[in-house]
Design a protein around this ligand. Sequence first.
Ligand code: SAH
Ligand code: SF4
Length: 344
Amino acid sequence: MTPVKVDLKNLSPDALVEFLAGMGKEKFRAGQIMRWIYQRGVTDFAEMTDLAKTFRDELGERSYVSKFTPAAVEVSADGTRKFLFRLDDGKSIETVLIPMEGERNTLCISTQVGCAMQCSFCLTGSYGLERNLTAAEIVNQVCAVREAHAVDNIVLMGMGEPLHNLDNVVDALHILYASTGFDYGPRKVTLSTSGLVPEMCELGRRIKVNLAVSLNATTDDVRNELMPVNRRYPIKALMEACRTFPLAPRQRITFEYILIQGVNDSQADARRLVKLLHGIKAKVNLIPFNEHAGSEYRKPTDAAMRAFQTYLLDRQIVAVRRAGKGQDISAACGQLKGKLEKTL
Ligand code: SAH
Ligand code: SF4
């Protein structure tokens, strides 16, 4: 029986050290191999010329290095690029590169195929969960895009609920952070969650990362309607978890708030939001609901959006209005998967 080969991109730096120890190899070999894989994009052991030939052969017998090539790329008028990747089992995921002000590029990556959380406003949610991505599949989105573009920041805000796939997400973050990997500082990476409270606490214990919370409502009634996860972890429990989440000095939690006309965009909502955020180091991202065929919800008026923002700003809460980027290629968050898939 031939043993199943290990994809080295599935191994966190520590796991790689352990894997190599099993072959009788020294710890520093892990760093050497990681540099080849992540910093030089090499997938063929034959090219890893600072390793002995016998070692390379042995590696090839036990392992391999996977790689993504985009099946399609769409470029939006505003410069947003959407990459479609086909996975080994035929499923597909999307990754979006968003050029930000000051020429910083933010890459939005997926953590699952589909999502189990069923938020009523989200197109991804309507597909249900197909499966978790492996650590390799999470990291490969970054590897593939970095071959052609600078990536300054990374957000785990594509398809899926990252905290539903915590182990693989944490392994992937360790690879992104490793000095022999991509060497991103934890402040360059943001994980967004719909609010799985126990996993948020677990995340805080396990690794450093910026936290974004998709709040989207200020009463349990409305949040239950928008985000079924709220029935398990209501707003009070969620805010309590935010209060105890470990933050570095000057670090804040980002609260994402999609404004939906007549649902959560009133001045009363703004007032309740200020109360909820009391005592939390927070900043708020206000996002206009992105209309799509699968939903009756409507985007807010510009006036409502501005009034909401002004209410927060007047009370010393940092609040930014986010223009939905890449709308012409349906690359806006929550619109991933769909259009391209049907045409391929
Ligand atoms: N599952 C995590 C990770 C990102 S989900 C979470 O919910 O936080 C995808 C992101 O797209 C979320 O920030 C969500 O609020 C946003 N989104 C989903 N549907 C949207 C829509 N129709 N308009 C605007 N934003 C949307
Ligand atoms: Fe899942 Fe996030 Fe969409 Fe909710 S908003 S269904 S958690 S991807």
